[in-house]
Design a protein around this ligand. Structure first.
Ligand SMILES: Cc1cc2nc3c(=O)[nH]c(=O)nc-3n(C[C@H](O)[C@H](O)[C@H](O)COP(=O)(O)OP(=O)(O)OC[C@H]3O[C@@H](n4cnc5c(N)ncnc54)[C@H](O)[C@@H]3O)c2cc1C
Length: 523
């Protein structure tokens, strides 16, 4: 019988022989009695003096299981649900707009089902896009259609490539990760509790996903922007893509939350949108070796680099605060998708081998925090834009990031020279006090030092802040019903982060799969 052993404790650099010996000891059997050993889950346990791995293993055992052995259970193999395939589909092609994780996976699901989708993306394919992004980082040259946020791979392409997700939809998370493995990702992402691929690997994976989708009958057009939906009787009849009218009865809108022109178009066309809470803050950078020491007591190459997740509850004069999108051994970078607006974010490469680690420190924002505007759903975007325009000006109006040492920010001191040891060289000293709304600034001043105190050995004088984090999640929801369609327009399927139904690479990809299933189910 196939069994699963949970909670096996192993050193970070264990060998396959060590694994089998530890299993045999736990199961009170000879190593030779074990076969088909396969690690299915692996997480770091950093509670002791030095970190250990906690591993779950599937295996087969010759002979009966000795009485009293704990943490072993029979493995119930649920047969995979057969995906529906429509082999003789001759209806109109579903249109998928946006080649971020959500759009790519929606198109993947539709192509696998035989529906031959057309995927349109305003930006460029991953390789030319990467060159354009380099020019932005080096010289501040922004292309409004193909940049860090627009283009094949979406906002996730130049990212940390963390594939963690709090989604409870484990079957679809698995389907998404397996799709990545099919396209060349390491199978380790299927077992690691905190899987990570890195931006350099994503740059190879994303074109492979596109090519597989094409091989299944789909089509992709780059430099193709959705300008308008053709709507009759509150039903999608077509769309205008870069001036060309296309007929379709189904449009998956996976345009991300940076495409503000798209929200404006939806508002104008009467698609129901609503404001939703989001968050703002600053990105903080620290020497990575301090984080490794604080979390693990030192460096453990077999484990990679240490991360952290810090939270602080609301208290007098301060809201809740949390760290977000921690990028161990990573880079802080400037981001923009429209002239005159600047935001910051973090990324890493697969090796996570840069000397600094960074994370956003965020404070929640609610619709009551910003002034109402004529179109209620637009108010959060207007609030973001104001902050991003101020950050752009503070950085010198050339996409240089404004930055300040944490201690100067806390004391209200004039901005001093920035430390040479920093990941983003296009940064300049600036007074970050006064940039964020008073309640956000007060929260960060109170909460950040207290949160960092839980990382023993971290030196506040070494911490650098970059402004501003504004795009950690969508300020708008494109409201949809249980069937995945917009509550106002039949045939329109809002999808992914921009629709307000996902946040992060995995949950956006999973949402794409979910929407593709809804479309296939309705045919
Ligand atoms: C720098 C950075 C680092 C990140 N790091 C991580 C991480 O490590 N892990 C993680 O889980 N998440 C990370 N995220 C968040 C993650 O990238 C997003 O949650 C995810 O990409 C959202 O996917 P999406 O497909 O919904 O939207 P997007 O990825 O935003 O994709 C939308 C796509 O639609 C296209 N588009 C927009 N308008 C139009 C139009 N009118 N016509 C045609 N195409 C259009 C855009 O060009 C874009 O390619 C990061 C984000 C950033 C910016």
């Amino acid at each position: 019988m196939k069994l699963r052993l949970q909670q096996l404790d192993l050193p970070p650099d264990y060998t396959p022989a060590q694994l089998v010996q530890t299993m045999a000891r736990t199961l009170r059997c000879q190593p030779a009695a074990l076969s088909g050993v396969q690690v299915v889950r692996r997480s770091v346990d950093a509670r002791g003096r030095s970190p250990r791995l906690t591993v779950a293993v599937d295996f087969t055992m010759a002979g009966p299981l000795p009485a009293g052995v704990r943490d072993v259970e029979p493995l119930e193999l649920t047969p995979p649900v057969a995906a529906r395939v429509i082999s003789d589909y001759h209806g109109p092609r579903p249109l998928v707009v946006g080649a971020g994780p959500a759009g790519l996976m929606a198109a993947w699901g539709l192509a696998e089902a035989g529906l031959k989708p057309l995927l349109v993306e305003r930006g460029e394919a991953a390789a030319p896009r990467a060159r354009r992004v380099q020019a932005f980082w080096q010289d501040g040259l922004l292309d409004g259609e193909s940049n860090l946020l627009y283009g094949e791979g979406g906002a996730g392409l130049f990212s940390d490539g963390k594939l963690t997700s709090r989604s409870k939809d484990r079957p679809r998370v698995r389907r998404f990760l397996e799709a990545l493995v099919t396209c060349g990702a390491s199978p380790e992402i299927l077992i690691d509790a905190e899987p990570h691929v890195g931006s350099d690997v994503l740059e190879l994976l994303v074109p492979a996903i596109r090519n597989r989708m094409i091989a299944l009958g789909g089509e992709v057009r780059f430099g193709a922007r959705l300008e308008r939906l053709e709507i009759e009787n509150q039903t999608v009849r077509g769309a205008v893509i870069s001036g060309e009218a296309l007929r379709t009865d189904c449009c998956v809108l996976a345009t991300g939350h940076s495409a503000r022109d798209c929200y404006a178009m939806l508002l104008e066309q009467g698609v129901p949108l609503e404001a939703k809470p989001f968050a703002i803050g600053l990105r903080l950078e620290l020497p990575q070796h301090r984080i490794d020491t604080a979390q693990w007591g030192g460096s453990f190459p077999a484990l990679g680099r240490a991360s952290f997740r810090l939270t602080r509850r609301e208290e007098a004069h301060a809201r809740a605060c949390y760290s977000f999108c921690m990028c161990p051994g990573g880079l802080v970078m400037a981001c923009s998708s429209a002239a005159g607006f600047l935001t910051t974010n973090g990324m890493s490469l697969s090796q996570r081998d840069k000397p600094m680690g960074n994370a956003a420190f965020l404070v929640p924002v609610f619709p009551a925090d910003y002034p109402a505007v004529a179109q209620k759903a637009w108010a959060g975007i207007a609030f973001q834009e104001k902050l991003e325009a101020a950050a752009f000006a503070l950085g010198g109006s050339n996409y240089t990031l404004p930055a300040q040492r944490l201690v100067d920010f806390l004391e209200g001191a004039s901005p001093a020279e920035l430390p040479a040891a920093r990941s983003c060289q296009r940064a300049r000293p600036a007074q970050l006090r006064g940039l964020l709304p008073a309640w956000a600034e007060a929260t960060l001043r109170l909460a950040v030092p207290k949160m960092l105190r839980s990382l023993r050995g971290v030196v506040l004088e070494e911490a650098l802040l970059y402004a501003a984090e504004t795009r950690s999640s969508s300020p708008v929801r494109v409201v949809r019903g249980e069937d995945g369609q917009s509550i106002g327009i039949r045939g329109l399927y809002p999808c992914g982060e921009g629709a307000g139904y996902a946040g992060g690479i995995v949950s956006s990809g999973v949402d794409g799969l979910r929407i593709s299933e809804a479309i296939v189910g309705a045919r």
